[in-house]
Ligand binder design. Structure first.
Ligand code: NAD
Ligand code: TYD
Length: 385
């Protein structure tokens, strides 16, 4: 299924083979008494980051700043509600003064900036929010950070999509020229440039990480993997764009979490680190695997589930292939992923099938309207939840 899954160098990060985050002792020690501001912590990757990190670092204070857009799922963070080192503030990064006020009041030592509009198809349909949040929102956060008496380390969580599309061969490295194709990736590229400029001009301590496609628990079901799992479960059509030959390099979300801590604590100021799982797969192969896993788990006929696949009109400007060369973060920061695409997909399918209340809470009006809008023209009916 994956075209290439290499045997990964055995490095020192994370410790052990468990998928749970276990930070090295020296890193835990260095984070004691620190204050960490996390933006977008109620979304997919931010929630996984907080769920892993807050219990692992009881002597580190975390504050989650999130606007709670359609993509947020506050219930994901219920397990943290009672923990004294976690707090939440609802705020919109598009509001400059409010952002400044929160940053000033919390005075973080570290900022992990996850908050963004993140769905490529939505950026094609309605780009304005992407510019407002991803570019302007990042600018507001940078301004707030540089205004602090003690400037924090600003860790900007970005995407490999800033590099544009690869052909059949080659990999993205940190020096690959930016060539974004969608309003989403262009807005993330802009924000990367801003972060880099603040490092050079104002001496802000920064990290930028450009990560490949994430998957795993708590991902909003507008993205490929959760959408296909839930449609396959419910016998709805599985809309594959074009011929399904586009390739993505998939990374299980908790491996992204460990990479972020690795880049923060072992990386260097002002540097960029690519993060990827070395697990490339064509979309059609991913969808077929999901069909088989869902069929097995729900005791359906795999051929019947696969027959739900529909090849539908392609996404405009659809990047053919993404693939990450993660040598730099591996060698400099000692990071390696722990989950293979096979085991990660199995875990993800099991998680979505077991969390129906979480899934149902995603089925709000905004999401239904989006599914209707994106898929009606493509398959003649909304692939709605
Ligand atoms: P997501 O859409 O699931 O979550 C985004 C979160 O940001 C939500 O909780 C939302 O409420 C919040 N948010 C949006 N606009 C906001 C605003 N104006 N002010 C405050 N909060 C706001 O996204 P995700 O998949 O978790 O991605 C997180 C970050 O990681 C993004 O910056 C994204 O570009 C990057 N990234 C994602 C992937 C991926 O595969 N999902 C891969 C690489 C990088
Ligand atoms: P997506 O999860 O939107 O992530 P990204 O666009 O950031 O890579 O899509 C992953 C791949 O799956 C991408 O090549 C587009 C494709 N895709 C489909 O074929 N059908 C769908 O319904 C969706 C949402 C995506």
């Amino acid at each position: 299924m994956p075209r290439r899954v290499s045997s990964l160098d055995n490095q020192d990060w994370p410790v052990g083979s468990s998928a749970r985050l276990r930070l090295p002792e020296d890193v835990k020690e260095s984070l004691k008494g620190r204050r960490v501001l996390v933006t977008g912590g109620s979304g997919f990757i931010g929630a996984n980051f907080l769920l892993e990190s807050v219990p692992e670092l009881p002597e580190t204070s975390f504050r989650n700043l999130d606007a709670l857009t359609y993509a947020a799922h506050p219930d994901s963070l219920i397990p943290l509600a009672a923990l004294p080192n976690y707090s939440f503030v609802r705020a919109d990064l598009r509001e400059r003064e409010r952002t400044q006020e929160i940053v000033r009041e919390f005075a973080p030592d570290i900022i992990f900036h996850f908050a963004a509009e993140s769905h490529v198809d939505r950026s094609i349909a309605a780009p304005a929010a992407f510019i407002e949040t991803n570019v302007l929102g990042t600018f507001h956060l940078l301004e707030a950070a540089r205004g602090l008496a003690k400037t924090p380390v600003f860790h900007h969580v970005s995407t490999d999509e800033v590099y544009g599309s690869l052909g059949e061969e080659g990999y993205f490295v940190e020096t690959t020229p930016y060539d974004p194709s969608s309003p989403y990736s262009a807005s993330k590229a802009s924000s990367d440039h801003l972060v880099r400029a603040y490092a050079r001009t104002y001496g802000l301590r920064t990290r930028i990480t450009n990560c490949s496609n994430n998957y795993g628990p708590y991902q909003f079901p507008e993205k490929l993997i959760p959408l296909m799992i839930l449609n396959a479960r419910d016998g709805r059509e599985l809309p594959v764009y074009g011929q399904g030959t586009n390739v993505r390099d998939w990374l299980f979300v908790t491996d992204h979490v460990s990479a972020l801590w690795a880049a923060l604590s072992r990386g260097r100021d002002g540097e960029t680190y690519n993060i990827g799982g070395n697990a490339e797969a064509r979309n059609i192969d991913i969808v077929q695997s999901i069909c088989d896993l869902v069929a097995q788990a729900t005791e359906q006929d795999p051929a019947k589930v696969r027959s739900l696949i529909r090849f539908v009109p392609d996404r405009p400007g659809h990047d053919l292939r993404y693939a990450i060369d993660a040598t730099k973060i591996r060698t400099e920061c000692g990071w390696r992923p722990t989950e293979s695409l096979k085991t990660g997909l199995e875990r993800t399918v099991r998680w979505y099938l077991a969390h129906d209340a979480w899934v149902k809470a995603c089925s709000h009006q905004d999401h239904k309207a989006w599914l209707e809008k994106n898929y009606q023209a493509r398959i003649g009916s909304g692939a709605s939840l």
